[in-house]
Write a protein that binds this ligand. Structure first.
Ligand code: GDP
Length: 306
């Protein structure tokens, strides 16, 4: 969290700086309220949520008779936290199921998203986190479209002693790689199987076919415990459009927002959750192996408002 705060500070969060400059005025005029709303929009919070937040804040300022800037600021913080929704369950589905006879079925986590958003990097970082927590992991390189993806994943895995299941040739059937990965996970008594996929969005029907087939073969052998959608925080509305398609096609259970270190528009967290009704569970804060953090609503809002 300290790191997130640090990075948002370095990228010069316009939300924090501008909001606080408006809120330090003694009396909020009509123009000031408009400026507040505009600031939220600039930070990608989205028109609906921004309007709701301003309405809620104006009502509270009036009803509770708060005039001092510090009071208004603390109300804004509360309203922003409510908007980010701290009540959502952000735990990851990475717990294996154990039968009475002790046989273990690994949790299967499918990672989806458009190429370039940071999928493979996220799988790599998440593998490190899981291994550090004591879980045994098997990786599946079902992104058979991009030749370098399997190599990249294998490298991430090898660094922490994790096996990567991949196809012998490029362009192989991603579903068969996913199938092999889950089989291998079971054979190795693994806790978690993480499956990296290709995200070609040119053709929604094709994507639906591919992800549908992957899902079907996985669930023959083990429950699909988590479908993580990786979104690049720097892409704004475009990211939202991608999110809609994947949510429809893949039954997304959680969002990973990457490259939050490269944008001052942290408000996309609010817009994405609202749009999909799915919580942001993890955030990517850089290209390094340890730049992945669980999402925490209060800490996030504090980082935005600093
Ligand atoms: P994929 O095609 O979705 O698998 O994307 P990659 O994992 O190959 O990542 C694409 C690029 O984004 C790489 O250069 C990564 O290092 C970079 N990247 C991934 N996550 C982050 C992040 O959280 N912050 C930054 N700054 N870069 C990231």
């Amino acid at each position: 969290l300290a790191r997130l705060r640090d990075r948002l500070a370095r990228s010069g969060s316009p939300l924090g700086t501008r909001l606080l400059s408006v809120l330090s005025r003694d009396h909020l005029s009509e123009d000031d309220w408009d400026e507040l709303e505009e600031t939220l929009l600039l930070a990608d919070v989205g028109a609906g949520p921004a309007g709701e937040l301003i309405d809620a804040l104006r009502t509270r300022v009036r009803v509770e008779g708060v005039k001092d800037p510090v009071g208004v600021r603390s109300m804004l913080r509360q309203e922003l936290v409510a908007l980010v929704d701290p009540t959502l369950d952000r735990s990851l589905g990475t717990t294996p199921t154990l039968a009475e006879d002790g046989t273990k079925t690994p949790a299967v986590v499918l990672v989806v998203g458009v190429n370039g958003t940071g999928k493979t990097t996220t799988v790599g970082k998440l593998t490190r986190v899981l291994v550090a927590e004591g879980s045994t992991v098997v990786l599946g390189a079902a992104d058979t479209f991009r030749a370098a993806a399997a190599d990249q994943l294998t490298t991430w895995g090898a660094r922490v002693g994790v096996e990567t299941v991949r196809s012998a040739k490029d362009g192989a059937d991603p579903a068969s790689v996913a199938f092999d990965a889950v089989r291998t996970g079971r054979a190795r008594d693994a806790d978690v199987v993480l499956v990296d996929t290709a995200g070609r969005l040119q053709n929604k029907a094709g994507l639906m076919d591919e992800l549908g087939k992957i899902t079907r073969v996985i669930t023959k052998d083990a429950p699909l415990t988590e479908v993580l959608l990786v979104l690049d925080a720097t892409t704004g509305q475009n990211g939202l459009n991608q999110a809609r398609v994947f949510a429809e096609v893949a039954g997304v259970t959680g969002i990973v927002l990457t490259k939050l270190d490269g944008t001052a528009k942290g408000g996309i967290v609010v817009a994405v959750q609202r749009e999909l009704g799915v919580p942001v569970k993890l955030v990517g804060l850089g290209e390094g192996p340890d730049d992945l953090a669980p999402f925490d609503a209060e800490g996030f809002v504090d980082a935005l408002l600093q």
